[in-house]
Design a protein. Structure first.
Length: 201
């Protein structure tokens, strides 16, 4: 889960606890996610941040060979998370920026994906490395959390790569019907709570 308000003081490095406190996923939901993960499997997370640190802690508690891979497009946030997780050997943080960051709004070019939490952030152009990173061995992936950008395109891409029986969670679903076309690919779609869906291939 990404939260790009880095710090009021741009030179100040965030601590583990400061990054972890930004998680918006409830502890009991994390417990459900990890109950789906089998020994030695990989948990893939789109959008890094506070939840990543909670997941690292859970993997350390399990101590059964599981790994966490987080995929982040936002450069400054990637650097902040990287600094606090450098010693986490069970964690891989991938920086996958937009290859074609120019977008047009109101007749002007801008260098960032505009307007988070709206359909405007769903444009997958230039995001192919983000959607399916070559570093991931998809045969080992048991659980995926989609909590970054281009969510519908990520859901559709992941569907082609995950093994049968793998579980996918989609965060921040309330009022976002623009995900519906991608959700229709999955055989089972249920609500974990009002703002989180669980999907099965």
């Amino acid at each position: 889960m990404s939260n790009y308000a880095i710090s009021e003081d741009k030179d100040k490095e965030l601590t583990w606890d400061e990054v972890r406190s930004r998680s918006q996923i409830k502890d009991w939901v994390r417990d459900i996610m990890f109950s789906e993960l089998q020994s030695g499997e990989t948990f893939v997370e789109y959008g890094s941040g506070g939840s990543s640190l909670s997941f690292i802690e859970k993997i350390r508690e399990r101590d059964d060979g599981c790994k966490l891979v987080s995929i982040e497009h936002h450069e400054e946030w990637y650097e902040s998370v990287k600094k606090v997780t450098e010693e986490a050997t069970e964690f891989t943080l991938l920086h996958k920026p937009n290859k074609y960051p120019l977008t047009v709004r109101d007749g002007k070019y801008t260098m960032q994906i505009p307007t988070y939490a709206t359909p405007f952030e769903e444009n997958p152009a230039g995001m192919q490395d983000y959607m399916i990173p070559k570093e991931i061995n998809w045969s080992e992936v048991g659980v995926v959390l989609v909590d970054g950008i281009c969510r519908a395109s990520v859901l559709a891409s992941v569907w082609h790569y995950i093994k049968d029986g793998a579980t996918v969670y989609l965060h921040d679903t309330d009022g976002r019907d623009w995900y519906d076309w991608a959700l229709s690919l999955y055989r089972d779609v249920d609500d974990v709570y009002h703002n989180m869906k669980v999907l099965k291939k």
